[in-house]
Design a protein. Structure first.
Length: 135
């Protein structure tokens, strides 16, 4: 992702600086054939969260499910995306599957808020506002 895109995300107030940095760090060239593997990573992580949620009432499993569903949808639609868009999808997937991102996903009731903001920024960049997650 280029610096103007990073600046746009910051200026529009969609993401905090740390969130942008982690999204950019995870955004890497991604071929269409890699998208099913990314989708599998999302669903595997979500399955792990489902198990963890049983013992952690602070974990917002509903938010985790919504984010996982949107990311799976983006991976499914990825063949129609250009190189930069696929890189953004990869960045959002990488951000989501990090337990210890800006806010620890499993330790706090707002643990997935930063993940949702990242996904919303990517859906906005892909002109897929239909997939935006309400915070």
């Amino acid at each position: 992702m280029s610096d103007p895109n990073r600046a746009n995300l910051l200026v529009e107030g969609i993401l905090h600086a740390g969130e942008v940095d982690r999204l950019v760090a995870g955004s890497a060239p991604t071929e269409p054939a890699e998208l099913p593997g990314l989708r599998l990573r999302v669903l595997t992580y979500l399955a792990r969260l489902e198990t963890i949620a049983e013992g952690r009432p602070a974990l917002d499993i509903e938010a985790a499910r919504k984010i996982g569903w949107v990311l799976a949808e983006l991976c499914d639609a990825g063949a129609g995306l250009d190189d930069q868009q696929r890189a953004l999808v990869r960045g959002a997937v990488e951000y989501y599957v990090l337990d210890h991102d800006v806010v620890d996903d499993t330790a706090d009731v707002v643990g997935f808020d930063d993940d949702a903001r990242v996904v919303n920024a990517v859906t906005a960049a892909l002109d897929r506002s239909d997939l935006a997650i309400e915070l």
